[in-house]
Design a protein around this ligand. Structure first.
Ligand code: ADP
Ligand code: MG
Length: 706
């Protein structure tokens, strides 16, 4: 039995062109040049790139690769790739060489004009380039089609505008690094040279049986169930949460882990989640752009491995109404080049001042840009998840934990961090911060942005979405706060910097304490309280998107060269269109399922029941029960039919509209409620129609019979 389990340490990273491999295979000078490019952003010349490309290709061929691809992340939320084989033009002797040039490594030009670009690329000027991101290692992916060398790239237009998720993320990382160094220098640290955001994304997902999945048109076309009555048992017993893995799932996860380890993804934790059939996988945190790439690899691997096991992995944010949805907790902190985590409260008072300053900077960032942060998690599937009774509310707030909140309160009143040492909880100096580490109460599970010991956890991001957007926003808004503080400190006389820091901490803590909330984020009281505090409450994606192009946002992103106005406008267009298209597919899928499967099934059952009822009546029997059921079902049937008809009318109108904001708003205001009106009678009917008549697997089949 044991030999089927491999040693993670042996296989870890074997399919990655990582530092060890590069060091082993590349000539020393080339390796050093590449290292400089990775660590300091130095440019690579073509000769160096040629050598790297050659070695990378040789290594990939040894690992079975026949093709290479520039692997990129367009605005679809997924990854894209176009495969080229290593085969070069045939030689006179009829043989071919396998080649990859430096030019091919560095730059690609996919004919990818159909990717969403929000108008940046008219098809007549459809040039788009993929450019090697040498800071994220290349890897060989094995699948049914053989093995492919995947080269992580950024995707830009001819005019240099970002067409992907990666480019702005990299820009925001540069901004955060520069502003962090600037601030730390002012605080007296003269050795720090760079800083990077560290990110760990916990990935939630559902697993269902593939055969059953294929019988659900809604799952196939939209990734979620558009109909379905709750089974008698849901998640109320919490018996699935952290429960023992079912054998089929355990064997699936074993394969997922092994594949991820081979690809250098440090998959660490796995467990059952709250909802039946729901699970979670968390890797160890990494530099943000690598974490983003790795999260894409995780999603891809979860799906492909499921296929091999006769299963289907659902990454949709809310595949089933009535049980928890899936999210992606984006754990975020800042690490300097000497390995210090700036969000670690530390153990000396001096560090605590720095920590408190950084903390209030983050509060300021989140409070000032709450709409933008909310927008970064706006994704079609997340619409049905956020604000539900088990997902973060749509209101951005920050959880700090009681102790830290108390420190903040005292800071506001006294203006000094040291005065908080009087508190009983601070008997051993700064132990309150250690207590914060231990603080993992149930309450903080409801917060969309929680401090968890030495990092913030942004819990709004959807399970299906890329984490690039949210991290781009986090990096940039925090860079802005740092920059504001630095500007002030630069004006202070050298001896007054620390006093000035104290003032800023006090000022920011006071000005932004409204964003701090430790209570139950799911409660109605919080919504009311948030409104009193003037916090934005943005219920839907269509209402979130305008934050992308507000003056405040444009100014922020232009200042730090993360996005220009054109890029932001294009992204907002892409999002409106994505929303409208997804809603249109959902509405059409519902109508077809209702018309071709569900309504006929109900009619068939009504017909058979009526026949049986007539026969019973002819035989002189009491048919009150039959008649009650018949009346109930025929009422629901008419309701369903009327709902389909009106949904169709609205959908036709919506489809005829110009793509853009008003179309998306129309879908939100009319199609979404129309779909709910159709779902209600159908779900109710499902509870009365005899099981064998129901035309598709039910929630019980999908959730409990894996
Ligand atoms: P939780 O705090 O949610 O119970 P963990 O401590 O296991 O769980 O962390 C969850 C995720 O956060 C993991 O991906 C982990 O690697 C990541 N993480 C831990 N520390 C940091 C950090 N300093 N910065 C960013 N992510 C981190
Ligand atoms: Mg978590």
């Amino acid at each position: 039995m044991n030999e089927t389990f491999c040693n993670a340490a042996d296989i870890f990273g074997e399919d990655v062109f990582n530092d060890t491999t590069m060091q082993k295979r590349l000539p020393k000078k080339i390796y050093q040049a590449l290292k400089r490019a990775i660590e300091e952003g130095a440019e690579l010349d073509l000769e160096t790139a040629d050598v790297i490309a050659h070695e990378m290709k040789e290594w990939a061929i040894e690992r079975g690769a026949t093709h290479y691809t520039h692997w990129f992340q367009p605005l679809t939320g997924a990854t894209a790739e176009k495969h080229d084989s290593f085969v070069s033009a045939p030689l006179p002797n009829g043989k071919v060489l396998m080649s990859l040039s430096g030019k091919e490594l560095i730059k690609g030009e996919p004919d990818a004009s159909s990717f969403p670009s929000g108008g940046i690329r008219q098809t007549f000027e459809a040039r788009g380039y993929t450019i090697w991101d040498c800071t994220s290692p290349a890897f060989v992916r094995h699948d049914e089609g053989g093995a492919t060398l995947c080269i992580p790239t950024a995707f830009c237009s001819y005019t240099g505008e970002a067409l992907d998720q990666k480019t702005p993320l990299l820009r925001s990382m540069q901004a955060l690094s520069a502003e962090t160094v600037r601030l730390l220098r002012l605080l007296g640290n003269d050795t720090v040279r760079s800083a990077e955001p560290s990110v760990g994304a916990e990935q939630e997902y559902f697993i269902v049986d593939r055969e059953k999945y294929l019988k659900r048109m809604d799952l196939v076309f939209t990734g979620r169930t558009l109909f379905g009555a709750m089974p008698p048992k849901g998640q109320e017993l919490d018996d699935h949460y952290f429960g023992t893995l079912r054998p089929r799932i355990a064997s699936y996860m074993k394969d997922v882990n092994e594949e991820l380890w081979r690809l250098g993804v440090p998959a660490k934790t796995q467990h059952n989640e709250v909802a039946p059939a729901q699970h979670e996988l968390a890797p160890i945190y990494e530099k943000a752009n690598i974490a983003v790439d790795h999260n894409q690899i995780v999603m891809h691997t979860l799906k492909r491995t499921a296929y091999r096991h006769g299963l289907r992995c659902l990454l949709h944010e809310k595949p089933f109404a009535g049980v928890n949805g899936s999210g992606k907790h984006d754990n975020w902190s800042i690490t300097t080049d000497d390995g210090t985590n700036l969000l670690d409260p530390g153990s000396t008072p001096h560090d605590n001042i720095q920590f408190l300053l950084i903390l209030v900077c983050i509060l300021r960032a989140v409070d000032n840009h709450a709409e933008l942060l909310r927008e970064s998690a706006a994704d079609v599937g997340n619409e049905v998840r956020l604000g539900g009774n088990e997902a973060p509310p749509v209101i951005i707030s920050v959880f700090l934990g009681e102790q830290l909140e108390d420190v903040l309160r005292q800071l506001i009143s006294t203006g000094s961090a040291t005065s908080s040492h009087d508190g009983g909880f601070l008997r051993t100096g700064v132990s309150f911060l250690t207590d914060v580490n231990r603080d993992a109460t149930d309450r903080n599970r409801t917060s969309p942005f929680a401090f968890t010991g030495n990092k913030f956890e942004f819990r709004m991001v959807g399970s299906h979405d890329s984490i690039a957007g949210a991290n781009t926003v986090l990096n940039t808004i925090v860079a802005e706060s740092f920059s504001e503080v630095s500007e002030r400190l630069e004006k202070c006389a050298p001896g007054e910097v620390m006093d000035c820091v104290h003032d800023i901490i006090k000022e920011y803590a006071a000005a932004h304490s409204r964003i701090v909330y430790s209570g139950n984020g799911y409660s109605k009281e919080w919504a009311e309280e948030a409104e009193r505090r003037g916090l934005p409450i943005i219920n839907s994606m269509v209402d979130a998107i305008p934050a992308l192009t507000s003056d405040k946002t444009v100014e922020l992103f232009e200042k730090f060269k993360v996005f220009n106005r054109t890029e932001l406008e294009s992204r907002s267009e892409v999002k409106y269109e994505a929303y409208a298209k997804a809603m249109n597919i959902e509405a059409r899928t519902m109508m077809q399922m209702a018309r071709r499967d569900i309504i006929p099934a109900i009619m068939r059952y009504i017909g058979d029941l009526a026949k049986a009822s007539n026969a019973a009546e002819a035989a002189g029997m009491d048919t009150t029960v039959q008649k009650t059921v018949l009346r109930k079902l025929s009422g629901l049937l008419s309701e369903a039919q009327a709902a389909v008809d009106s949904l169709e009318k609205c959908t036709l109108l919506a489809e005829a509209m110009e793509p853009g904001r008003s179309q998306a708003v129309y879908f939100h205001d009319y199609i979404v409620p129309g779909m709910a009106l159709l779902r209600a009678p159908v779900d109710e009917a499902e509870r009365f129609v005899e099981r064998s008549y129901w035309p598709m697997p039910t929630y019980s089949d999908l959730l409990f019979k894996v």
